[in-house]
Design a protein around this ligand. Sequence first.
Ligand code: SDX
Length: 393
Amino acid sequence: QTGYVTLDVGYKNTGATKSNITFLDGELGVLKYRGYPIEQLAEKSTFIEVAYLLIYGELPTAEQLTKFQSDLTHHTLLHEDMKKFFDGFPSKSHPMGQLSSLVAALSAFYPESLKSNQTAEEQNQSIIKVLAKMATVVSWIYKKSLGHPVIYPQNKYDYVTNFLNMTFGQRTEEVEIDPVVVSAMNTLLILHADHEQNCSTSTVRIVGSSESNIYASVSAGISALWGPLHGGANQAVIEMLEQIKNDGGDTDKWIAKAKDKNDPFRLMGFGHRVYKNFDPRAKIIKKACDDILEKLGINDEVLEIAKRLEEVALQDPYFVERKLYPNVDFYSGIIYRALGFPTDMFTVLFALGRLPGWIAQWKEMKENKEPIGRPRQIYTGATNREYVDLDKR
Ligand code: SDX
C-alpha cells in the first residue's frame, strides 16, 4: 500500500468540501441557509424564494423573484413523449424508483444539458428546467398511481400552488387549493431544502464531479434519499406509528425494542449524524402539526403516539446518552398525511424540497472546479495468489 490513508467509514469525521451554502451546528441544533436562520425562513419566506437564495446566494429582489418564477412557469411542461416512461411503470411501483428513473430520462429531451462545459446561461437553463419539471413529474407520478388523468401545469399559479393543483386538481372541474395547504407545503419544502453534506447531497456532488449532467446527478441523489436511514425515514416513521397504534399504542414496549441490540427495530425519525440536540426542523414541524391539523379539522391518533414516544424517549438514558432526538422525519409525515398525500409519496416530497439544495451544491462544486471524487481504501484482502486451473480446484 503506497503512502497512507485515514480510514473514516461513513465519513463521520471527514470534510468533503468547502461550502458557502448551508451551516449546521449539531451541538446547538442550528441550521442556516446562506446565513439566514431556518426559523425565520420557515416563517417568512416561500419555497421558491428560498430556492433562489440557495442557488444564487442572495435573497432575490422583487424583480428577480418575479423573473425566477416566470422562468420556472415557462418550463413546467414535460415533453409529451415523457408519458411513455410513466406508462411503463407497474401502477404500484414505488414513487421514488419512478422519480429517479424519470428525472434521468429528462436528459433524453434536453441534449444541451449533457455538455460538460456548459456556459453560465446554458447551466442556468438546465437548473430552471430540472427545478420546474420535477414538480410536474412528482404530481404526475401521484396521478398515475390513482389511475387518474394527469393535470397540466397552469401559468396562473405560483410554483407550490401549481404543484398542489397538478396533484389534487381534477380534469373535470376547477378545484380550490386551500391556502392553509399552500402555506403548509411551502413551510415543509423550505425545511427540506438543504442540509449541507448529507448522504444524498454528497451523492449529487460526487456524481456531478465526474462532469455527469444535472439530471443524472439529481437522479442519483433521489436514489440515495430513498433509503429508510435517510429520506425514506419519513415513510418509515408513519409505518412505525401505525404499527404501534395497531399494536394497542404501547409505546414503552416499542421503546424497549428500539433499545434492544438483538432487535433490528429502530425508532425511525430519531437520531442524527450531526444533530446531537433537537433538529431545529423537527421543532418547527412539531409546532406546525398542531396548528395545521387544527385548521384542517383533523384529529390524527398517530400524532398523540408520536408525542408520547418523544416524551418517553427523551427521558430514557439509552436515548439521552446517545443524544438521540427527533429529526426532520419524525413529524413531517403526519402533516403530509393531513394534506392528503399517501405514505409512499412522502419521500418523493422530501426530494422535491431537497431539489434546490442539490442544485445549489452541484453548482457550487462546478464553480469551485472540484476534482472528481475518488476516495482510497485500506486493503485487507488476500495478498498474492497463483491461478489454479478449474480441474485442480
Ligand atoms: C435524514 O445527514 C442528514 O443531514 C440527513 C437529513 C437531511 O436533511 O439530509 O437530516 C435527513 O436522513 C434524517 C435521519 C432519518 N433517519 C432515521 O430517522 C432513521 C433512524 N435513525 C438512525 O438510523 C440513525 O440515527 C441515523 C442513520 C440517522 C444516524 O446514524 P449514525 O450517525 O451512523 O449513528 P449510529 O447508527 O452509529 O447510532 C449511534 C448509536 C448506536 O448505538 P450504539 O452502537 O452506540 O450502542 O445510536 C443508536 C445506534 O444503535 N441509534 C439508535 C437510533 N439511531 C441511532 N437506536 C435506536 N433508534 C434509533 N433511531
